[in-house]
Every structure is written in C-alpha cells, then in structure tokens.
Design a protein around this ligand. Structure first.
Ligand SMILES: Cc1cc2nc3c(=O)[nH]c(=O)nc-3n(C[C@H](O)[C@H](O)[C@H](O)COP(=O)(O)OP(=O)(O)OC[C@H]3O[C@@H](n4cnc5c(N)ncnc54)[C@H](O)[C@@H]3O)c2cc1C
Length: 388
C-alpha cells in the first residue's frame, strides 16, 4: 500500500505530526523503535510544565498561544485529560534571566501576569520560602501537561484518521531523491513521497548531515512524598532560579500523592545507546539539598526517580524546518529540554511544511542554517528594546 508520508519517531513531536498529517488527508506511515508512550526517550514522567511568559525568547509566545488552544482541542477530541491549568510561579532575583526574561515576554505581548515581592510570595504560597531579594512572576495560563497521555491522544487521533502506526520497528537509514524517500528498517524498506524525522535523542544518528551540532544530556525526574500533601493539592507549577543561577522546578500533588522536582539545566552529556538509567543516592541528595531551603515541604521523603534525555542545540532553540539538503524531508528535533509544551503546534507546523512547504507560524528561530558558517542570523532577539 502506498503512503504519502513516513513519520520516523512517534514520541511527543512525531505523534502530533502524524495526527495533523493524517487529519489533513495524507496517507501516513508512522514508525517507532519503542512501544507507544514509552519511557526510553524524552516524553515520559507524567508531567511537563507549560507557561506563556517565556523567559527563553518572546518569539515563542505566539506559538504558545496556539499550543494552548490546541491542547484543549486535542483533549476534547481524544477524550483524554491532557493539561492541568494550575498556574505558574517563576521565582528568582529581579535581574536574573528567569524573571527578567519572563517579564520581557509578558510585557512585549501584553500577557496577563503579576509580580510579587518576597513577602507577597510567602503569603500567597506558604509552601515557598523566597529570600528577601527574590521576586516572582505569576501567570494563570500555565500548568502541567501529561506527556504519555499526549502521545496516546495524538496516536489515537492519527489512527482514527487512518494512519498506519508501527511500533517496535527501528529505522536504520533513509535516502531522499527527486522521486521520493526510502526508509530502511530492520524489517523492511518503505517508500513514500515525503519524510518527517522526529527522532528525539536519536537525532544525531539519523540526521548526521543536518549541520546542527546536537548534544544529548541526561536528566533525572525525582518524586517525593510531601510533608503536608494538602498544601500541594492544586499547587501551581514553579521554576526557581537558585544560587549560582541554577534552576530547579516542581509540580503540585499528583494522583499518587507525590510531587515531582528536577533540575532544568546542568545534565551530563550522554548517548541514548549507553545512558546510565540508574539514579544514584548522591543525585537524590543533591536535589534535596538544593530544593529544601526554597520549598522544604516538597522534598520530605524520596519515593522514586527516572532518567530522561534532552537533545540540546548550542543556543537551546529548536530545529523545525525542511531539511536544507532534501526538500522532501521535514525535520523536528533539538527541542533542548523545553519542547513538550509546544507539541500540538509543532504537529501543525510540520503538517504545513510537508503539505505546503511553508507555514504561517513564526519559525525563523528554528532554522538549521543558523549553525552553518556562511549564514547570517535570521533572527535577532532585541524585543526588549521595543517595550513601551
Ligand atoms: C526530565 C525532562 C523534563 C522536561 N520538562 C519539560 C517541561 O517541563 N516542559 C517542556 O515543555 N518540555 C520539557 N522537556 C522536554 C520535552 O519533554 C522534549 O522536548 C520532548 O519530549 C521531545 O519530544 P521528541 O518527540 O523530540 O522526543 P521523543 O518523545 O523521545 O520521541 C522520539 C521518538 O523517536 C523514536 N526513534 C528514535 N530513533 C528511531 C529510529 N531509528 N527508528 C524508529 N524510531 C526511532 C524514539 O523511540 C522516540 O519514541 C523535558 C524533558 C525531560 C527529559
């Protein structure tokens, strides 16, 4: 049977891409080496922060607005619970990147937010212990997305629109010619007009010729039983910029009575084939010691932990574009540890690129050509200068 497009990787990004492509009427073949919603890549652990006043760059905000609409629409259409809009609290020094960046995005785009001083933070959120110099940016359009449910929802919908989804089939390599694309797996050779590559942490294997340096990093998600579970019920998600600028983040109470915390950056370089998936006692002590002064009730009793991988580009911005050397191939990778909240809009962008060759979404920031020596920067980040 002929397929219009093959999607390699059915994790966060590939599942959403398969859904949008199939919904658009294309005959989709989806391939993944692992089972649906597995825990060997980057899209597992029950929760992912979503937020809108984006400290990384204001250019992401229009995509976040669209993603917010799509999260609710996909939840509705699939009948799965995908997002808890619990609100979000960013804590740090006023001049640190977390606060100054969040504020720049909020002001540039006129996003609803509040700025609290240390006393106000502690009054409103007794679980949080800011130091006197800390402030918080609070927003309501933030919360927690469930990554496994998102993958299942998008796979369900893709299947409903006729996609042929095959798990447990590893792609070995691919070629693209004027006549179409050919994907060789350990079982078969598949042909189609177009190819989407969304391989997460395996991107360096399948995209060696993309011209984007990607570093795979190992992170640990930690679950603790809080001292007072009721205090964390319905708690907003938070990102805390602590001593030395290091960020950790956490979530409210999950269904199993635990709360999750993790470090945002500073993970060890790894490889998906050889990553150490054991979490060591020293790592539990490190996060506990870092989080305890700020959110003491959250890290009362260690329950469990799980590793996960980031696929980092040098500037931590994504890569979403036609492959520079192969117009029939669309690439979505390098999500650098902050991609999940964008999943449904990435699916929409990929479908635009596959079907029309372009998209009306702003994606200049994600151009792989930014890493090639001859390129001139397509995007400058001077939004701050336009703030009225
Ligand atoms: C600990 C942790 C916390 C995070 N927190 C947040 C957060 O709070 N907010 C946020 O927005 N983002 C967060 N992220 C980032 C976000 O989860 C990722 O950006 C996102 O999950 C990446 O999705 P993906 O589709 O690129 O990768 P994946 O979901 O890993 O999908 C890639 C898929 O490709 C398949 N594959 C790869 N190679 C092959 C092959 N050769 N053949 C067949 N199949 C193949 C894999 O099996 C996999 O299923 C976090 C990530 C981690 C690890």
């Amino acid at each position: 049977m002929g397929h219009d497009v093959i999607v390699v990787g059915l994790g966060g990004m590939g599942s959403a891409s398969a859904h949008r492509l199939a919904a658009g009427g294309l005959r989709v073949l989806g391939l993944d080496r692992h089972p649906p919603a597995h825990d060997q890549g980057s899209s597992h652990g029950g929760s992912r922060i979503t937020r809108q006043a984006y400290f990384e760059d204001p250019a992401y905000v229009p995509l976040l607005r669209r993603a917010g609409e799509l999260w609710d629409a996909v939840a509705e259409e699939s009948g799965r619970h995908l997002v808890d809009w619990s609100g979000g609290v960013m804590v740090g020094r006023p001049d640190g990147p977390t606060i100054s960046g969040s504020l720049a995005s909020a002001r540039y785009w006129g996003l609803e937010h509040e700025l609290l001083d240390a006393g106000q933070i502690h009054t409103r959120y007794p679980t949080l212990r800011p130091s006197d110099a800390d402030v918080a940016l609070v927003e309501r359009r933030a919360g927690s997305v469930n990554p496994e449910e998102s993958v299942r929802a998008h796979l369900d919908l893709a299947g409903r629109y006729g996609a042929d989804l095959r798990h447990g089939e590893t792609v070995l390599d691919w070629t693209a010619t004027d006549a179409g694309v050919r994907v060789r797996t350990e079982r078969a050779t598949h042909e189609a007009d177009r190819l989407v590559l969304a391989p997460g942490a395996w991107a360096p294997d399948l995209l060696a010729d993309l011209g984007v340096p990607m570093q795979i990093e190992r992170y640990v998600q930690f679950w603790f039983a809080p001292s007072d579970p009721a205090a964390f019920a319905g708690h907003p998600v938070y990102i805390w910029e602590g001593p030395g600028g290091r960020q950790f983040y956490g979530f409210g109470l999950g269904g199993d009575g635990t709360v999750k915390v993790a470090f945002f950056r500073g993970g060890d370089v790894c490889d998906p084939a050889s990553i150490d998936r054991t979490v060591h006692p020293g790592e539990v002590e490190e996060i506990r010691a870092f989080a305890a002064p700020h959110v003491p009730g959250a890290v009362a009793e260690f329950v469990r932990a799980k590793t996960c991988m980031y696929t980092c580009t040098p500037d931590h911005h994504f890569v979403i574009a036609p492959h520079p050397a192969h117009p029939a191939v669309t690439v979505a990778c390098g999500f650098s540890g902050h991609g999940f909240k964008f999943v449904p809009v990435v699916g929409e962008i990929v479908a635009d690129l596959v079907t029309a060759g372009s998209t009306s979404h702003p994606i200049d920031l994600f151009d792989p050509a930014r890493f090639s020596a001859r390129s001139t920067p397509a995007h400058s980040t001077h939004f701050g200068e336009h703030v009225a």
